[in-house]
Design a protein. Structure first.
Length: 301
């Protein structure tokens, strides 16, 4: 995939797939499953797919100290913590709303990128960050914004995922992947995430038996994990190619597709306040522009 058009094409495909994982996750939690059990099987299924792909490509994982550290960071910051936050939020919040809040990733990534020296300061991006805050306030403050006012208490939980995804993109851009390609990195991270989330699922009584029976919730989990394996690998690749602020713009598409999928598959409908917040967040995302294509890491390979 070459040049800027190829990068935007990859973002579009990733957004459609990643957006679908939110309503699939909602179907899984409606089946009675909870965060650590869902995270465990997500990383087991996606890790199995990634492991087969690594072997097929003749690139097994190299597990040195540096590689172990990189995989552990990605496992925690990119999978276990945001995954647990998202699945917990989906128990209490509409799927489309969780997707809308995920659009904050680029805005949260910007100040972190500036502090780390990954991106240059720009007033337009700061304006986008401010609009993101306004969008969240439109969801939280008005009395009629949510179907149940008690849902407001779970908005901070839904913000856990975008915060950690923003940190993850900047970590990869600043410190790299320890010589691992995206598939190797995500496979190693999946193994470590399984070792972390599995015991937590058992401890919390959330472990999901693989013996079935298999219904909507179980197939939703399998579908979500399979999609996750593909789009997450592509995400790490784009961070390496184009920088974290460009890569996290996938949230623009994840949000749009997530809302559409939720309305179609789950029959969700939203208040005017939520739609207004959605519009403001989209404007904020438009202000968080990708880096110039003249920069070295956006040049064709």
């Amino acid at each position: 995939m070459n040049g800027r058009n190829g990068l935007f094409g990859a973002l579009f495909i990733m957004g459609a797939g990643w957006g679908l994982t939110q309503p699939l996750g909602k179907l899984a939690v409606e089946g009675g499953y909870r965060q650590f059990g869902l995270v465990f099987w997500q990383v087991v299924i996606s890790g199995a797919i990634l492991g087969v792909l690594c072997l097929f490509r003749g690139k097994p994982l190299r597990f040195g100290r540096v590689q172990l550290w990189a995989c552990t960071v990605i496992a925690l910051v990119g999978t276990v913590l945001p995954g647990a936050g998202t699945y917990t939020a989906l128990v209490y919040l509409p799927s489309g709303l969780v997707s809308i809040l995920l659009s904050l990733v680029p805005m949260l990534a910007f100040p972190v990128a500036v502090l780390l020296g990954n991106e240059n300061f720009a007033w337009s991006r700061l304006t986008g960050l401010a609009l993101g805050l306004c969008g969240v306030l439109l969801i939280v403050l008005p009395e009629a914004s949510l179907p149940d006012r008690a849902m407001v208490a779970y908005i901070p939980i839904a913000l856990i995922a975008p915060l950690f995804y923003a940190m993850e993109g900047n970590y990869v851009a600043r410190w790299g992947t320890a010589g691992l390609d995206p598939l190797q990195l995500l496979f190693g991270a999946s193994v470590i995430a399984a070792l972390i989330s599995g015991p937590l699922a058992l401890w919390q009584g959330q472990f999901i038996s693989p013996l079935g029976p298999y219904g909507v919730a179980e197939w939703a989990l399998i579908g979500s994990a399979s999609i996750h394996a593909g789009v997450y690998s592509a995400y790490v690749w784009i961070v390496q190619r184009a920088g974290p602020v460009f890569a996290v713009q996938v949230s623009y598409l994840v949000t749009a597709f997530g809302v559409v999928w939720a309305m179609w598959l789950l029959g969700e409908r939203y208040s005017l306040w939520v739609w207004a917040a959605f519009a403001i967040l989209l404007v904020g995302l438009a202000l968080v522009q990708p880096r110039s294509p003249t920069e070295p890491d956006l040049l064709e390979s």
